[in-house]
Design a protein around this ligand. Sequence first.
Ligand code: URP
Ligand code: ZN
Ligand code: ZN
Length: 487
Amino acid sequence: MTDYDLVIRGGSVVSATDVTECDVAIKDGRIVALGRDFADGADTIDATGKWILPGGIDSHCHIEQESSMGVWTADDFCSGTVAAACGGTTTIIPFAAQYKGQSLRRVVQDYHARAEAKAVIDYAFHLIISDPTAAVLGQELPALIKDGYTSFKIYTTYESLKLDDRQILEVLAVARREGAMVMVHAENHDIIAWLSERLLAAGHAAPKYHGVAHAAVAEREATHRAISLAEIVDVPLLIVHVSGHEAIEQIRWAQSKGLRVYGETCPQYLFLTAADMDQPGFAGAMCMCSPPPRDKANQEAVWRGLQSRVFQVFSSDHAPYRYDDPEGKLRAGDRTTFKTVANGVPGIELRLPLLFSEGVMKGRISMSHFVELTATNAAKLYGLYPRKGTIAVGADADIAIWDQSRETTVTLDLLHENMDYTPYEGMTLQGWPTTVISRGEVIVDDGDVAASRGRGQFLPCDLPEPARPAAGPRWAATDGFDPTGNR
Ligand code: URP
Ligand code: ZN
Ligand code: ZN
């Protein structure tokens, strides 16, 4: 009789701080021992020469979600989580998105109904708050935070999602009182709307003008404003999908002041540029997202932001809309302009292989830094640590075994996303997650998917680490006056 269900032998185990040559023993879905010379388990994997990493956490992805334009993402909770798993991700945190007039509680129930019979890996939910009514702020949101929905995204743009500054302050105040984490999509709506109108009036309808309308200055202004509002309320804030140096400078400035401001970036800002939106016809729509990819100098700035830890999180912002589909990116047909194209690019499957290849294998970041950016920090920032995001005794046995010698040329048919294109077609990547384990179960083995629909479990989140109430009074801005009414 063996004590262990699974033993992984001979690999290099990577955490956010260390690389250790040791074996991993797993029982009942959890890691129970790290060391050497364990007896064989019921199953044993020889990982000699491979890297044993925590399964990735993709903390920004849109799955089975209707966009603000009324377009449904191509991936549901089955295809989206299968694709995630095949790319080395074992936990996702997609959004439960509220639209105006909707009860937040009802929205959450709807998303649970979509996920529970389909997800093959574990999942939590961020909320999207677009209608912060008195009932939402006073009752629904505090109750949902207590039930494990401890982070929410708000928008400064998109007609049907955007909040004004007053509303943002109200949401931030609830987050401060309850200990939640607020994520902001930071782009100045009026700048974008004004530029878009002028571009269209001048006959500039092609996808490349999306990049002109969504100016870096619009992102910079909204980033600075969101930081300022969070500073007033004294609450942590995470700026999502940062595209370049203008916004990076604002985040770095806030961090240098000691504010609890965090940053997230995504593959599209490292591997695409504005030139990818400038293709014949509307093909550039395949690389349209908001904020848009910018130029080479901004790509370099994003790499430096990762290296210097301005960014804590590297997520996909997977927002998959098919190209050649009457319900997809170009659903407006003959009336298509850059304003009618559904915003977003796919990336849930290639997020980790792209960063592993171009970040770790090209020497830009260390293996431990990769783990920090793709798993551990998200677990800490969103209240899943230490159950998720690390390889440690007691943690869930969510593991990706990486073979750095595996070279892969990206083609659409290799991928499991329910998409008709990938923006990364033709790239050759070094390193691949050949075995993926979720709660002790091998769910991907050398390209074979062995995960059953619905095996993924919902993860109620604890309060995020940076948002947990401090031991003493924190408000110090103005003689002890606390505008949030907390003391
Ligand atoms: O263009 C993007 N990023 N689409 C997804 C929605 C969002 O704002 O993250
Ligand atoms: Zn966004
Ligand atoms: Zn997004």
